[in-house]
Design a protein around this ligand. Structure first.
Ligand SMILES: Cc1ncc(COP(=O)(O)O)c(C=O)c1O
Length: 372
């Protein structure tokens, strides 16, 4: 598997051995209970009850695990995976380090729930400075961070965390396992939303966690089984089906982002342009050293909320929508959700449209939006 290129790995990921008469990817298995052996009960089959066991889910876990390079457990959403990780590992009196500039519901969960049960929460910007990790149980980073797109050196920070006895986890949502493999870079755990580019069709919610530690995977599996935050069989199957085209989708999204960045960099009516693949971006050096490819997500400032509205309204190929990583180009004015961003700050997620069409559409829409 590992000697193959990304396209081959995605197309083959998690597929069962070929058997005459069988489909390439078996269809979804819809079951709450399964037939049990009347005498032996559970244990004669991996399928006993749908919350802990589902064969469609297991195939998806095999696929994502192959791509991340560890064992994987999928969850109903990215938030279910992240909060599951935090609540599995953290106990009253523990300390956790979280990003100030990452996905904001994680911060809200930390202050609303974790602090409420006696967990000490320290926040640090993705680019640092980081506090001392002495006495810290878990360091969770998000790189590239959403929505500001700062990047941190995963290997260096993992080493610091381990030297202090802390566990180190990376939110790999924006990069996807084709963009970077945090477990190879020294992380103990990967968490991510599979709702975004991983599955990429804007039609399902998914989360996952991956690790090479059987102990951590066991603990997380117990958490998931007892809290029940599992995806249904149909979503798991759709996700697996979508994974096969991840390489193709990311290639087009990234090429589109590069072209859009070239356009925006030359426009005086656009400020604060960020994309880790742009040579003069502050994240470029670390991103190019650590990432295998750069995602199709960029950000910039259009001055105020009204100008963002005029831009999106004028664009034919840019939809106003939150989330990112899908086939359709979307723009999200993050301040409307409570992110600590300027009123005109836009996260643009490039889709899989033709590059020339997208660039022309965005240029025309900016013209239509009027001057800064
Ligand atoms: C970086 C990051 N992590 C986690 C999540 C949560 O994922 P979900 O919406 O699937 O719960 C998101 C969602 O936007 C995200 O951007």
């Amino acid at each position: 598997m590992s000697e193959w290129g990304d396209g081959t790995r995605c197309v083959r990921a998690g597929l069962p051995e070929p058997a005459p008469g069988d489909p390439f990817l078996p269809g979804p298995v819809f079951a709450a209970p399964y037939h049990l052996d009347p005498f032996a009960g559970q244990g004669t089959s991996p399928n006993g009850y749908g919350r802990p066991d589902n064969p469609t889910r297991r195939l998806l876990e095999a696929a994502v695990g192959e791509l991340e390079g560890g064992d994987c457990r999928v969850f109903a959403t990215g938030q279910a995976a992240i909060t599951g990780l935090l609540l599995t590992l953290l106990r009253p009196g523990d300390t956790v380090v979280l990003p100030t500039d990452g996905y904001f519901p994680v911060r809200a969960f930390a202050t609303d729930v974790l602090e409420g049960i006696g967990v000490r929460v320290l926040f640090a910007p993705t680019v640092g400075p980081y506090p001392s990790f002495e006495g810290v149980r878990l360091v969770l980073v998000e790189t590239p961070a959403n929505p500001g797109l700062d990047v941190v050196d995963v290997a260096a920070l993992a080493e610091r965390a381990h030297a202090a006895g802390a566990l180190f986890a990376v939110d790999n949502t924006t990069a996807t396992p084709l963009g970077q493999r945090p477990l190879d870079l020294g992380a103990d755990l990967v968490v991510a939303s599979g709702t975004k580019a991983l599955t990429g069709h804007s039609d399902l919610l998914l989360g996952y966690l991956a690790s090479r530690s059987a102990e951590l995977i066991d603990a997380v599996t117990t958490w998931r089984t007892t809290t029940g935050a599992v995806p249904g069989a149909f979503d798991a199957w759709l996700a697996h089906r979508s994974l096969a085209t991840l390489d193709l989708r990311l290639a087009r999204q990234s090429a589109n982002a590069a072209a859009v960045v070239d356009l925006l960099a030359g426009r005086p009516d656009v400020t604060g342009l960020r994309w880790p693949g742009r040579p003069d971006d502050p994240a470029y050096a670390v991103a190019s050293a650590q990432m295998r490819r750069i995602p199709g997500v960029l950000s910039f400032d259009l001055g105020d909320a009204d100008r963002v509205g005029r831009f999106v309204e004028a664009a034919r190929l840019v939809a106003a929508a939150t989330s990112f990583g899908g086939l359709h180009t979307t723009a999200d004015r993050r301040a409307q959700w409570g992110d600590d961003t300027a009123p005109g700050f836009v996260r643009l997620s490039c889709g899989a449209e033709d590059t020339a069409d997208l660039v022309a559409d965005i240029a025309a829409a900016l013209d239509a939006a009027g001057p800064l």
